[in-house]
Write a new protein. Structure first.
Length: 269
């Protein structure tokens, strides 16, 4: 977690890329983020002022549109916070549409194989590494602005949230160009229950799977591991994340903060 500086935010604004990779590399421990599920650019800005290093805008489980996302990316640029987006699937068209808004990176849900991870990396990276197309008329390409300096390659992350994904993690983390593997405990638990595993056993296997994914990057410079630290199955603080080798962690969401604030306010009435 960083100290928010209005001056630094102004220096980072104007459409410059806030490079999450560099924040991770230079951080003393784990960097902190939050989920944004409401289509509101002000929440991105408030997250920056609170001191978060990044936000993940969740398009998979919300009504957020590409138009909303573009405004949220502007808020991130102006306030000095990295804006990632969890898109709805791993289709190249959805990844391209998200990146054309000018946000800083993508998180792809339910990645279960190295082949899919390679497809994702290819969709994020321009040639020669990948196959990402671009339009000079999009925000992500600078609107054909004279003197425009292209942004760096967006941050590329995949979510491991099924038994299949955990089983393939050793191959997934070897895909060049992948920046982060993010663990999804809730869907991982559901995937085990769907296979007929009983609830007590599923809880044990989720904990073991989390440890296995974290161990998969031990000794690797890149990619790094991210976790939802405030998830009921984890409840890890920054010291715990750092000790385990986790480099990015999310703590709660805008809806959690709003709901708890409203409930607390009513209790005090």
């Amino acid at each position: 977690m960083r100290e928010h500086s209005p001056t630094a935010a102004l220096e980072l604004g104007g459409g410059l890329l806030i490079d999450l990779r560099e924040r991770v590399r230079s951080a003393d421990g784990c960097v902190a983020g939050s989920w944004v599920t409401l289509p509101c650019a002000a929440i991105v800005e408030m997250s920056a002022w609170a001191g978060f290093d990044f936000v993940i805008v969740d398009m998979e489980h919300s009504v957020i549109s590409e138009s909303d996302l573009e405004h949220m990316g502007r808020a991130g640029d102006a306030s000095g916070i990295s804006v990632l987006v969890r898109v709805r699937n791993h289709q190249k068209e959805d990844i391209t549409a998200a990146l054309d808004t000018g946000i800083h990176g993508v998180l792809i849900p339910m990645v279960e194989s190295a082949a899919v991870a390679e497809h994702v990396v290819s969709a994020v990276h321009p040639p020669p590494r990948g196959t990402r197309s671009s339009s000079p008329h999009s925000r992500g390409s600078g609107y054909s602005t004279k003197g425009y300096v292209p942004k760096a390659t967006p941050f590329c992350a995949v979510e491991i949230e099924s038994r299949k994904g955990v089983d393939e993690i050793g191959e997934i983390v070897r895909i060049p160009g992948l920046d982060m593997v993010f663990i999804g405990p809730s869907d991982l638990r559901l995937s085990l229950l769907a296979e007929g595993v009983d609830q007590p056993t599923a809880e044990i296997r989720v904990a073991a799977a989390v440890d296995h994914v974290i161990a998969s990057v031990q000794g690797l410079t890149w990619p790094v591991v991210g976790v939802p630290a405030s998830h009921p199955k984890l409840q890890w603080d920054r010291a715990t994340c750092t000790a385990k080798g986790v480099r990015l962690a999310t703590m709660s969401s805008d809806v959690d903060a709003l709901a708890s604030g409203l409930l607390e306010g009513l209790k005090r009435f």
